[in-house]
Design a protein around this ligand. Structure first.
Ligand SMILES: [Fe+2]
Ligand SMILES: [Fe+2]
Length: 257
């Protein structure tokens, strides 16, 4: 059984330095890997990213992350990616990686993703050039996720994104902003409709007022791990056992992370 700890939207600021890491001290007892579903910072500054790296890099289990829209806000996302990787966090943006857990191989494919909406209320590649660029950006991101999933040689595949591949985890969010929280095209990637290989589990964040549990149109289990949704330092999901859900880890969430 592979135990996956996951959280998104931790939104660390410089005031979080030195107060987060202790909550992950026992993670190796509970999980084999920690997935971070983006929005690791508040305003996407290098100072905040340094705090993320110091607090969550080089834990007792591998930390694998994608960036979120907040991490892009400062216009230094490439530098943030470098800082995180220097700090021991594996950052995925269109990449795939395999972790060996005992006899099993866990494959993780990650992209930030983007918006666009869901069936009946989605943007289309029509009209103004800006609208076409918006929709193309989402499709490009979904294609990168699909290709990364298809490259994985693994027993289980997890799709890690910031934006949601389904609206079923958006319940609680105003319907009017669903198009800015995710896209059905990401769901098509997760379902294997773009490159032929589907995920076993999809993890995302971004929807602070959404719900934890959902499913794609193709039946892939989806979990929204935005910290305001899960209320804990991380949730743990298990692949390969009789139950998908395992536990909540790291104690109660106390304000930051
Ligand atoms: Fe967020
Ligand atoms: Fe976000």
């Amino acid at each position: 059984m592979i135990r996956i700890a996951a959280v998104g939207d931790i939104h660390l600021g410089t005031d979080c330095a030195g107060v987060v890491r202790e909550r992950y001290a026992k993670i190796a007892d509970e999980a084999d890997v920690l997935l971070l579903a983006g929005d690791l910072t508040r305003l996407g500054t290098l100072e905040e990213a340094a705090v993320v790296a110091a607090e969550l890099g080089n834990l007792a289990v591998p930390t694998v992350a994608v960036l979120g829209n907040h991490d892009h806000h400062g216009g230094v996302d490439k530098e943030i990616a470098w800082l995180l990787e220097e700090g021991g966090i594996i950052l995925l943006e269109g990449e795939a990686m395999v972790l060996e857990v005992g006899e099993q191989r866990l494959g993780i494919a990650g992209v930030k993703g983007f918006g666009g909406g869901f069936a009946g209320a989605c943007a289309t590649e029509f009209g103004e050039e800006l609208m076409k660029q918006f929709v193309r950006a989402t499709r490009h991101s979904a294609e990168r996720l699909a290709d990364a999933l298809a490259r994985l040689e693994a027993d289980y595949r997890v799709a890690l994104t910031h934006f949601s591949p389904t609206d079923t985890t958006l319940t609680g969010e105003p319907v009017g902003i669903h198009a800015f929280l995710g896209s059905y095209v990401l769901g098509e990637a997760v379902d294997g409709e773009l490159a032929g290989v589907r995920a076993d589990l999809a993890i995302h964040g971004h929807a602070h007022r959404g719900t934890e549990r959902g499913v794609t149109a193709g039946g892939v289990v989806v979990r929204n791990v935005a910290q305001p949704v899960i209320h804990h330092p991380y949730r743990i999901y298990c692949l390969g056992g009789s139950e998908m859900e395992c536990a909540t880890g790291g104690g109660e969430h106390r304000g930051v992370a």
